[in-house]
Design a protein around this ligand. Structure first.
Ligand code: FAD
Length: 390
């Protein structure tokens, strides 16, 4: 149990990017924080994440930006391997776009935040909430070991399958919108012939695509995406089996080694691609944060960024209250965050075709946009046809 103190106290469920950023930001404005995490220990590894914009600026405010290192480098190459196995140039972005963004592992951001957490923020691993009840002046959360934690604020930062959301706002099916796509991400764990450190190779095809990046230090990381009429049935199988079935006949030099490595390494993330859309993320002293509230999907390339940005803004809002009750400050934070979340959720629906062309026709338009991006004159049109994550 946290030691009683005069400072306001937040219970945060989830030690991912959102939860750890919230603990750090709240601690910096004089709150106490306790984190409850379902995993038995800190999660390591991850997948490719572009980190930029206001997310990066919030990381700077939290004092962690200098700990984040780009794993591709400024001269990274982006190429594609088409359905006939031909290697083609990838999207050409404006010169400063790469400089404005970091490409790293999800766990790099989580680790940077975690390393800055003061020692007086306890993390209770291997635990999950089973009951939430609100009173006018506190919220009481019961954990699965029957411990009760009383706090001023409960923050559900427990990802897109959030338990706090289920307990406080109702079942996931009411809020989840599926793309009908499956994603499997893995750390390849060995070098791949044809992929140098700093390279990003995309293998787009109608209804399936693989992305692999030659990261510094940790080696290549990859994710595979494909359309499915029944993603739930796919997820009941092993990731290795479904990847071999869906990508086994993909031509090109990288795929055989990539599939072998993916099978040996196992998936660090295997799920369907979904968004969470809720009419409200806050209810008095309960606030959802990050994927638990607005999961934008990987197609936005902004979920990690918004998690950090919104965590920093939540701390600002509850710190400077000018006599406002806490519940009003929390509601104000939701109003402030909604337009950004909506913008990126909408953008994700348009950007999905960059990541995974739905069919042959979309794949051809996508290819045409990439060709247009090679001339500075036609690049603006290319970026309108095919918005980019950077
Ligand atoms: C393949 C892929 C690529 C992506 N690319 C990008 C990108 O380029 N740029 C970008 O900004 N974003 C990207 N994202 C999105 C980004 O990774 C997420 O939006 C971000 O990690 C969300 O962080 P979170 O802390 O809200 O949730 P999570 O990372 O899901 O963390 C939730 C935490 O809560 C814990 N937890 C879950 N359930 C419970 C429970 N019942 N009790 C206690 N703890 C629990 C989990 O173990 C975990 O530690 C990508 C996502 C994927 C899958």
């Amino acid at each position: 149990m946290p030691v009683p103190s005069a400072r306001p106290h937040a219970l945060i469920v989830g030690a991912g990017i959102a939860g750890t950023a919230a603990a750090l930001a709240l601690r910096a404005v004089g709150w106490d924080a306790t984190i409850v995490e379902r995993a038995p220990a800190r999660r390591r590894g991850g997948y490719l994440v572009f980190f930029r914009g206001d997310g990066y600026r919030a990381a700077r405010r939290l004092g962690v930006a200098d700990d984040l290192r780009d794993r591709l480098g400024p001269d990274s190459r982006w190429f594609e391997i088409d359905r006939r196995g031909r290697t083609l140039p990838g999207m050409r972005l404006p010169a400063d776009a790469r400089r404005r963004s970091l490409t790293l592992l999800r766990s790099d951001i989580e680790a940077a935040l975690h390393d800055r957490l003061p020692d007086d923020v306890p993390i209770r691993y291997g635990r999950t909430p089973v009951r939430v009840s609100q009173a006018p002046d506190h919220v009481l959360t019961t954990l699965d070991d029957a411990t009760e934690i009383r706090s001023d604020l409960l923050i559900g930062a427990d990802g897109s399958h959030s338990a706090v959301r289920r307990l406080a706002f109702g079942p996931e099916r009411a809020y989840r919108y599926d793309f009908g796509h499956v994603v499997a991400a893995c750390m390849v764990g060995r070098s791949l012939p044809g992929l140098a450190t700093g390279d990003t190779a995309v293998m787009p095809d109608a209804g399936r695509a693989a992305w692999v990046a030659g990261f510094r230090d940790c080696g290549p990381v990859a994710y595979f995406l494909y359309r499915s009429d029944d993603p739930g049935a796919e997820l009941r199988q092993s990731s290795a089996a479904v990847l071999r079935r869906v990508f086994g006949d993909h031509p090109g030099p990288l795929m055989p080694g990539l599939l072998d490595a993916a099978e040996a390494a196992g998936a660090v993330h295997f799920d369907q691609v979904s968004q969470i859309r809720m009419p409200r993320w806050t209810d008095r002293r309960v606030a959802l944060l990050g994927d638990a509230a607005w999961s934008l999907s990987l197609y936005s390339a902004y979920g990690a960024c918004l998690a950090v940005e919104a965590a920093a803004n939540l701390a600002d809002e509850v710190a400077v209250r000018d006599g406002r009750p806490l519940v009003r400050a929390v509601a104000a934070w939701e109003r402030r965050t909604r337009p950004t979340a909506r913008h990126h959720a909408d953008r994700a629906r348009r950007m999905q075709h960059l990541f995974l062309p739905a069919n042959r026709q979309v794949a051809r338009v996508r290819r045409a946009a990439i060709r247009l991006s090679h001339s500075p004159l036609t690049r603006p049109l290319a970026l309108r046809l095919l918005p980019q994550p950077l």
